[in-house]
Design a protein around this ligand. Structure first.
Ligand SMILES: [Zn+2]
Ligand SMILES: [Zn+2]
Length: 294
């Protein structure tokens, strides 16, 4: 006997998927992405295989239970036909009553996931745990896309900050600088996660030197020297905000050749954060295109 059991997507049109290799869960939205794509990429481990190898355990259990339900229902129906009452006039007579229910169906619902992504390369909509992953349809890794989305979000927050009162605005600009640096750091770490050594991109100059030495690759190749110095200074300012309450210290003055007096609060300019984003987008492009993911 063969049964065909339709597996329905959730209310928003997302179908649950589970990688046969790493067994992690994600969802893809039907009708988006590449039409009739033959294979599926696992967003987490990039295992590639046919779509029918990506059923979740809950979906398989459901399909099996539907089949069992049908079989047991059919069987019970056949047995019901054999029911009969005892013959009161007979010397000996046995009645048959059939009782029982078909086996229950194992219903399930798809899970909520943390990050919704629309692939910039093929328009597939998918949801994953965490933030970073390969597109299940085209296999493009989304790290660059996520970095740029975070940069753009910070720019939008700066737009909103423009209407706020002075101290709120100052705080929002500081937050934007911190967010931009951590978005870059998150991207860099993710993109270089397969390298044999750990890299932190919060110290962008040290990361540049390390990659030059180990990979022979320059992440600052697309950026002029004065722009690079500017980027390093903004990263140092972020360091002061995160660790020194935003107060200028001797290390900052030494590293940035700043003329700001030690002990004063470091000024964070909105225009600087915007310029930083612009330059960092170039650095992201360079790193994404230059050092291969492993
Ligand atoms: Zn996987
Ligand atoms: Zn894609």
């Amino acid at each position: 006997m063969e049964f065909s059991v339709p597996i329905e997507p959730d209310d928003e049109g997302y179908l649950g998927r589970e990688c046969p290799e790493c067994e992690k869960y994600f969802k893809i939205k039907g009708g988006t992405g590449i039409p009739d794509v033959p294979g599926c990429h696992c967003p987490y481990c990039n295992h590639v295989d046919g779509h029918d190898t990506f059923w979740t355990k809950a979906q398989i259990e459901y399909a099996q239970s539907v089949a069992l339900h049908e079989v047991s229902r059919h069987l019970l129906g056949e047995m019901k036909k054999m029911e009969r009452r005892p013959d009161r006039n007979a010397f000996i007579s046995i009645g048959i009553t059939v009782k029982g229910e078909p086996t229950p169906i194992a219903r399930y619902s798809e899970r909520e996931l943390e990050e919704r992504v629309t692939c910039a390369a093929c328009t597939l909509q998918y949801t994953i745990y965490g933030a970073f992953g390969y597109c299940p349809d085209c296999g493009v890794h989304n790290s660059q896309q996520i970095a740029c989305a975070n940069f753009d979000l910070s720019l939008k927050l700066l737009d909103l900050a423009a209407g706020a009162e002075a101290n709120v605005q100052a705080k929002l600009v500081e937050n934007a600088l911190e967010d931009v640096v951590s978005a870059f750091d998150g991207f860099g770490r993710e993109h270089c996660a397969g390298l044999a050594y750990k890299l932190s991109f919060q110290n962008i100059d040290a990361a540049r030197t390390k990659l030059q030495k180990e990979e022979g690759f320059d992440i600052g190749a697309g950026v002029a020297q004065d722009e690079w110095d500017f980027v390093c200074e903004q990263f140092q300012k972020r360091h002061l905000l995160a660790h020194k309450m935003g107060i200028v210290d001797e290390e900052f003055v030494r590293k940035t050749d700043s003329r700001l007096p030690v002990g004063r609060k470091v000024p964070i300019e909105e225009a600087d954060v915007r310029s930083l984003v612009k330059i960092l987008k170039t650095v992201v492009d360079t790193l994404y295109g230059g050092v291969a993911r492993r």
